[in-house]
Design a protein around this ligand. Structure first.
Ligand SMILES: [Zn+2]
Ligand SMILES: [Zn+2]
Length: 241
């Protein structure tokens, strides 16, 4: 068994609200400095920067999963993680078809910048990534699983764009194996009847480099691989408290 620290919720400068210093390479390098062993890039509704991020993470010796933070139809955010770039990009292409057909307004929502792993600007995404995809929250877990991935609701304790804020309660019928909370999750949240026994961990949801958290939570894996991370999540991650 290997004990690995992790942060599976990070945004690059491809997210409209992500800092322009959050280049794929800078993110991977900062995670390495923070002592994180396993990371995932989860830009809003796109996997478009996962390839340079994964290459940069490999350079820094960090295991990276390609991912996405999906805004589902109910406007709750769902972290979606994949075993490899091919699966992530195929899922990304599907989500793209499900986004509202409107253009980003960089002055209002922020620019959406593609960069390679050497911080070279490759271009700008013009589609509006901050919108909601027409994928229902009851569909998301199974859909992501059909691409070989795993999904779970993001920052459920937040009062916006979260499963609890937008749907009111945790329903096991959604099929999520666990929940993500923000670092400032109120103590006692998981004493609620609907959340009792729901495994959870946190994600930094870093949109700026200084929001990356130092290593503080760990997963025990039989091997250091993306598939082992996904198996650990599907099996309920850290398990109930
Ligand atoms: Zn979010
Ligand atoms: Zn996020």
């Amino acid at each position: 068994m290997e004990r690995l620290s992790f942060d599976l919720h990070l945004h690059s400068c491809l997210s409209p609200c992500g800092g322009e210093d959050n280049t794929p390479a800078a993110l991977a390098g900062m995670c390495a400095l923070a002592g994180i062993n396993v990371v995932a890039l989860t830009d809003h509704n796109t996997c478009g920067s996962c390839a340079p991020f994964c290459r940069a993470a490999e350079y820094y010796g960090v295991l990276a999963l390609p991912g996405m933070e999906l805004t589902c139809a109910e406007e709750a955010h769902v972290v979606c993680l994949f075993p490899d770039l091919a699966a992530a990009e195929a899922f990304g292409a599907l989500v793209r078809e499900k986004l509202p057909p409107i253009q980003n307004r960089p002055a209002v929502f922020g620019p959406q910048i593609y960069m390679d792993e050497e911080d070279r600007v490759l271009g700008e995404e013009t589609a509006f990534l901050a919108g909601a995809a027409s994928i229902g929250i009851y569909e998301a877990a199974e859909l992501v699983r059909s691409f070989g991935g795993a999904a779970y609701p993001a920052h459920i304790d937040r009062d916006s764009f979260s499963l609890l804020a937008n749907l009111g309660l945790w329903d096991p019928a959604m099929g999520f194996p666990l929940a993500e909370v923000s670092r400032n999750c109120p103590p006692g949240l998981f004493e609620r009847p609907d959340l009792r026994g729901v495994p959870h961990f946190d994600g930094s949801d870093a949109h700026y480099l200084d929001q990356i958290l130092d290593a503080h939570q760990y997963m025990d894996l039989p091997e250091r691989s993306t598939r082992a991370v996904l198996d650990w999540i599907r099996a309920g991650g850290p398990g109930p408290d």
